[in-house]
Write a protein that binds this ligand. Structure first.
Ligand SMILES: Cc1cc2nc3c(=O)[nH]c(=O)nc-3n(C[C@H](O)[C@H](O)[C@H](O)COP(=O)(O)OP(=O)(O)OC[C@H]3O[C@@H](n4cnc5c(N)ncnc54)[C@H](O)[C@@H]3O)c2cc1C
Length: 374
């Protein structure tokens, strides 16, 4: 951690004193994120309670050339909430108001609303914010917009950007601006809100977002399909996506990940390349859709196709969500060096599965993990 000191004493003239932290122990909690990147202690943290706080802090820091890093849930794994230049971490986590407009299928939220909390809030309206994210208990609307986050359900419902209708943003000089409209169709004006989505906090601080919601699926079905090889699993993905339906979620787990989850979480997953597929519908026709997926998997040579009950669906996804923490916990003496998503056109996914892996040196633990389980 750097020891360069920035004078941040002006902050208590700008926001109430109890919203400013300068105690080193408190600052350390805002020095890193959930990824492997080196931490950097900020000089101060300001907990923003509203747009006016954000505007006042940004304007004051702008006048004094003090760097500001926005932050909400701190669950990023890319290092982008880390205040690499020191200065102020501007915490928008306390800004967690939610206003649901069910007739318009919209929610107006503060940036600090946690993904799972938002969906709990929307459940009585049979609506949900749908991109899906494995860190749903940590990630907030502000961080998801800044990272254009997405997860399990993006295959059917799209990414965060596809759900942002309107944004209130504060620019670096403290000015407050609005982009977009709270309607599904509007062709007038430049789509400037899309410049902010995915800008990782570099262009301004999101203080309010209007999000498009999806109806909750009335019927859900899921299955776990196992394959003799990862190539066959890749072929099944292409078969499913070339077919007549779009799954609500379709995730690949290799056998190493399945063994890891079995070892660390007692997940009970088969020791084989596998696909978890979930289907959403409004009626029990979704059971027939499952047969379409079964055919697509069988055409690719699947060796098992287990359908899941409602409770088992949640257990499967809980296991899938645990891959990253399980990988982090696997070896206490090492950090996870690289985290990333595969980004290829779906038609090229089988080629990606077939691509040769570079040879690697295997550690003793690695070999142990590969040993067949009794
Ligand atoms: C176990 C685990 C699983 C994960 N799974 C997924 C996944 O499935 N999909 C996925 O996309 N990501 C995933 N992530 C990464 C992370 O959860 C997401 O990137 C998430 O969007 C970060 O949200 P956050 O609120 O924690 O943001 P933070 O970590 O606080 O910040 C992330 C970025 O947003 C900026 N920011 C924060 N608040 C604001 C604001 N109000 N205005 C402007 N910029 C702001 C920050 O400066 C930073 O650049 C996972 C992380 C973990 C630890």
């Amino acid at each position: 951690m750097s020891s360069r000191f920035t004078d941040v004493s002006f902050l208590t003239d700008v926001v109430p004193e109890d919203q400013v932290e300068t105690d080193p122990d408190a600052l350390d909690a805002y020095a890193g994120d959930e990824g492997p990147h080196p931490a950097r202690r900020p000089d101060a943290v300001v907990h923003a309670h509203g747009t006016d706080d954000v505007s006042a802090v940004l304007a004051a820091c702008h006048d004094r050339d003090v760097p500001v890093t926005p932050r909400s849930g701190g669950s990023s794994i890319e290092g982008n909430p880390i205040p690499v230049a020191g200065g102020v971490v501007l915490d928008t986590y306390p800004m967690d108001d939610v206003d649901v407009r069910p007739a318009d299928r919209l929610a107006v939220t503060g940036p600090g609303v946690v993904y799972d909390d938002l969906n709990d809030h929307l459940a009585p309206y049979e609506l949900r914010f749908a991109p899906g994210i494995a860190a749903g208990n940590l990630a907030t609307v502000g961080g998801m917009i800044a990272n254009d986050a997405s997860g399990l359900n993006a295959v059917k419902y799209g990414v965060t950007a596809d759900h942002v209708r309107h944004l209130e943003v504060v620019l670096a000089d403290g000015s407050i601006i609005e982009f977009g409209r709270s309607v599904a169709k509007s062709a007038s004006g430049y789509r400037l809100k899309d410049v902010f989505v995915g800008s990782e906090g570099t262009l301004g601080v999101v203080t309010e977002a209007t999000l498009a919601l999806e109806p909750r699926p009335i019927e859900r079905r899921a299955a776990l399909a196992t394959f003799p090889t990862r190539e066959a699993a890749g072929d099944a993905v292409a078969n499913v996506m070339a077919g007549p339906l779009t799954p609500g979620a379709l995730e690949y787990l290799d056998s190493a990940a399945a063994r890891l989850l079995d070892e660390t979480n007692d997940a009970g997953l088969p020791d084989a390349p596998q696909l978890i597929v979930e289907l959403h519908g409004t009626n029990d026709g979704v059971a027939a859709d499952l047969d379409v997926v079964r055919d697509a998997c069988e055409d690719a040579g699947c060796t098992g196709f287990e359908t899941a009950t409602e409770a088992e669906i949640d257990r499967l996804w809980a296991a899938r969500r645990d891959v990253y923490p399980a990988a982090c916990d696997y070896r206490e003496d090492a950090t996870v060096a690289f985290i990333g998503d595969v980004v290829v056109p779906v038609s090229r996914y089988p080629d990606h599965r077939r691509a040769r892996r570079p040879a690697r040196r295997r550690t003793r633990r690695h070999r142990a993990l590969r040993r067949p389980r009794r």
